[in-house]
Design a protein around this ligand. Sequence first.
Ligand code: GCU
Length: 600
Amino acid sequence: MKRTLIVLLAAIFIMPALSAKLLTNVYGRDYRLLNGKWDAIVDLYDQGERMKVYENRTPQGNTDFYEYSFKNGLRLNVPGDWNSQSPELKYYEGTVWYGKPFTVTKKKGRRTILHFGAASYRVNIYLNGKKILSHEGGFTPFQADVTDLLLDGENFLVAEVNNRRTKDAIPALAFDWWNYGGITRDVMLIDLPDLYIDDYFIQLDKNSPDVIHADITLSEPKAGVKVTLDIPELKKKVELTTDAKGNASTTFKAKNLKRWSPDSPKLYDVTITAGDDRVNEEIGFRNINVDGTKILVNGQPQFMRCVSFHEEIPQRMGRAFSKGDATMLLNEARDLGVNMIRLAHYPQNEYTVRMAEKMGIILWQEIPIWQGIDFTDDTTREKAQKMLTEMIQRDKNRCAVGFWGVANETKPSPERDDFLKSLLATGRDIDTTRLYVAAFDLVEFDKGRQVFTMNDPFTENLDVVAVNKYMGWYHPWPLDPSEAVWDVNADKPLIISEFGGEALAGQSGSEDVVSSWSEDYQARLYRDNLRMMQNIPNLAGVSPWILFDFRSPFRFHPTNQDGWNRKGLVSDRGERKKAWYIMHDFYRKKRNEDALSVKE
Ligand code: GCU
């Protein structure tokens, strides 16, 4: 009884403190990866908690026995979804217990943070038999300070991961991508001094070409600690002292600042020191603003030549998680001629974000508020706010991120408006340097006025409005595409964030017949949509849906789909379809137009 009470008290008092914040720039710290093979137990009926598998017990006496063992069973790669690692787990939705033995040598005056890049969809973490944190959301990091829980020598880490879809989840019960489960990103132990630099936000002022703001926070509310911020290439070294909250801030004018842009993705080496801690980071400085119906990058109107991709490697039919995966996806996007990527429909891994930044690709990152979210549920709203906060906390120093997306294809209602306005307030509390956007599928063709229009007053709360519209696929043309007139949020920049149609790579057929699932029809559809878009007066960008064919459980057609959504410009085998060449040519022309407009 006494032990239970102690464990319960520990869970109440230690756990929340352990998993509250997110250390900034984990890859810039002194870390050790716990990646590799983990032992696993598939627990379809959720019996593992009752059996206390997290205690990882083995029989001691003659009468002991346990109906589980982490040894000699299934082993899964971490990071990685489980679906692509075993045929039996392809469709699995349930709990998997992961177990990982590891050794540490504890050092005085040091702290250790256990950090997960993501686990899908919900997870409980146990260290040496004790639950230390829980997290919900398949695409944002979570962590715990385990300094006082680690044993010197052998430790055993358990992750109870569950990917069952629920009505109150984000995303909810049905979504057009594969429900990958597992520890899907890096797991690491981060070694830090007792007092360390916990968080910082260093960015160019939203409306100035050369004023830089820096906010730095220590791991403890300690006053009088000397902090230095050093950006050698700007000949700027600032010495600060923390206040009673452990914060230190500064604002300064940077001379000869080279701003980051798609054509010139300049990053600066930044070093922050405080006490025994020292963090290095590469940070870019750019402005992204709206001026009327234009999106400005560093004061210049820039047309967003965008494309989306899921965090998936089609050839492996699994979640992307590595530098190599990021390289493949980003190079294919760059070859199309983009200056922007919409990382659909959820925050993607940090390798992708950091590599896009080095390549000069602007990013739209979003949380998966995708269609059927329960906007009446307060706990769902709290989850959404936490996911948005975690996404912004992780990537707020990534200048490539220009847009935070808060929703995809939600239906107007007072509850939805209230829910999304609270999300925008949450985001703007943390970061006002970026543009807030949401994608809608509410554009209708008004037969009376003969115009495409949308009526969703919530859009007034956004910096940029985005529309998903599948003319020629889900919607037949009501008139010749070149005669289409759009009147959608005419006073704001409009991005066509999704358009396109399916084609089975290599399949030829009539360009007049949708159900031919042919490259010829898909190519004609792209030509028609681009002709329509030329006449949209406030068009600030387009983003074909989608770069690669991707897995989806509700794409049933046995020969044309077979569990794949075939809207990719590129097939799952890497074959570029005819529509790819149409977009490539369109983006080459758009880039040249932008280049000319800058010169004028
Ligand atoms: C929607 C949705 C996408 C989906 C696409 C489609 O617009 O945003 O996630 O994959 O349509 O139907 O292919």
